[in-house]
Design a protein around this ligand. Structure first.
Ligand code: SF4
Ligand code: SF4
Length: 425
């Protein structure tokens, strides 16, 4: 029996065996990317070459499952020098429909269970357990960014997240202004980390604990909608929580939306008016966790028959695959284009083929060389299209861009989309 979204490595034997090392997880189809300079999709492969790509990791997982490998020097680096960005999954599903991201997640979990994970991750794990945020900052400081428009009760909860609460409060303030213009909101009483770092690092038991606390807190508010301006929180609430509960996103008792979805709807129906002119040429960076990684989760159970065909065995019907195409792509572009004076340019790798900024998967903490390489590559792309600013929808992308700018000759500005919308209101 196959249960979609399983976190057990042995449940991905088909994927690990069937991977034929075709390398679609490594680079983009040449017909869609005539520019050879930006042809890679996997940052880990582009930096390290050899087998540090999805297929190398799948074969490593296979060898572990078949007891052909116990432990080797470098195995830990092989698994964790990966941004968990999902670019490989979108590439593989152009050919084979293998669940590559799920396999990599299960491989991480397997390594963590055996205690084989980078020690550089331990601090964040301890900080979330102790202070309930990824920085180890005092829990009591979480709402110190001074919300103006928050009400005691509302149908909309703004889940701020650790990044905007502690590190980049401009995003929280801008979101407060936008939500104020859209009719108000409430904060989640006693908000804690959503647990996203724990999931991305492969610490699923600890993640489950965060999930239970947050789901209970959300249900206690009685709100119908949870809105976030963080791509990582968005994916966690929309995809990972239902997945661990073995339900589909559509079965959640509340709606999960990114602020760009809500604001784009507001512009469309006239409740949000963007009137201030901002003369700026911007490039929209699709965050992995807002795009290809955040398609609605659809729970499925079934089996594999002849030739590996999936056989719906029960009420779940045929399996629907997530191929990265149904993420949040149009709304941020529409929003930016609606700001007077803003010209929106397309980066060369966009939508489900977007290049990761390098800020994910515990890579900045354990392998800063890979994080720096990935963001530098993205900034080269921003330069190549002639943009003056790179805009994203996640505090961690913006932080990566700002960090990556240090020491570069070619400077561009980095914004979160909420900041530009708030300026234009
Ligand atoms: S695209 Fe899929 S089948 Fe091809 S090498 Fe990568 S993981 Fe294997
Ligand atoms: S998740 Fe990203 S970094 Fe990891 S193997 Fe896939 S494409 Fe490469």
């Amino acid at each position: 029996m196959i249960v979609s979204g399983s976190l057990e490595l042995k449940d991905y034997m088909y994927e690990m065996r069937r991977c034929m090392r075709c390398a679609s997880c490594k680079w983009l189809d040449h017909i869609y990317m005539p520019d050879n300079r930006f042809v890679y999709r996997c940052p880990s492969y582009a930096k390290y070459y050899f087998s540090k790509v999805a297929y190398g990791r799948l074969k490593l997982g296979l060898a572990l499952c078949e007891d052909r490998l116990t432990d080797t020097p470098g195995m830990r680096d092989m698994v964790f020098q990966c941004l968990m960005c999902g670019a490989c999954d979108s590439g593989c599903k152009r050919n084979l429909d293998l669940e590559v991201t799920n396999s990599l997640e299960a491989l991480r979990g397997h390594m963590v269970e055996g205690g084989r994970f980078p020690q550089a991750h331990q601090k964040m794990i301890d900080d979330i357990a102790g202070s309930k945020n990824r920085y180890g900052a005092p829990a009591a400081d979480r709402a110190k960014w001074a919300p103006v428009n928050a009400a005691a009760k509302s149908d909309t909860v703004y889940f701020v997240g650790c990044g905007a609460s502690y590190q980049d409060q401009a995003i929280a303030k801008a979101t407060d202004k936008i939500l104020g213009a859209l009719g108000g909101y409430m904060l989640m009483p006693g908000e804690q980390c959503c647990g996203h770092p724990l999931f991305a690092l492969g610490h699923y038991d600890a993640f489950q604990k965060q999930m239970e606390v947050n789901m209970a807190a959300m249900q206690k508010t009685g709100a119908k909608r949870l809105v976030t301006a963080c791509a990582e929180c968005y994916k966690t609430w929309k995809v990972d929580y239902p997945r661990l509960r073995k339900i589909s996103t559509s079965d959640l008792p509340f709606e999960v939306v990114h602020i760009s979805e809500l604001a784009a709807q507001g512009v469309k129906d006239g409740s949000l008016v963007l009137k201030n002119k901002l003369d700026l040429k911007v490039a929209w960076h699709d965050p992995c966790n807002l795009g290809r990684m955040s398609e609605p989760y659809r729970h499925w159970e079934g089996g594999r028959g002849k030739w590996g065909c999936l056989e719906p065995a029960n009420k779940f019907g045929a399996k629907e695959f997530n191929r990265g195409t149904a993420g949040v792509y149009d709304q941020p572009r529409d929003l930016l284009a609606a700001i007077p004076g803003v010209q929106v340019l397309e980066l060369k790798r966009h939508h489900e083929f977007s290049w990761c900024c390098g800020g994910h998967g515990g890579v900045p903490e354990a392998y800063p060389d890979l994080a720096a390489y990935a963001v530098d590559e993205r900034l080269e792309e921003v330069k190549a299209v002639g943009a003056e600013a790179v805009v994203s929808g996640c505090p961690y992308c913006k932080g990566q861009f700002q960090a990556g700018m240090a020491g570069r000759d070619h400077q561009v500005q980095a914004f979160d989309i909420t900041e530009l919308i708030a300026q234009a209101l």
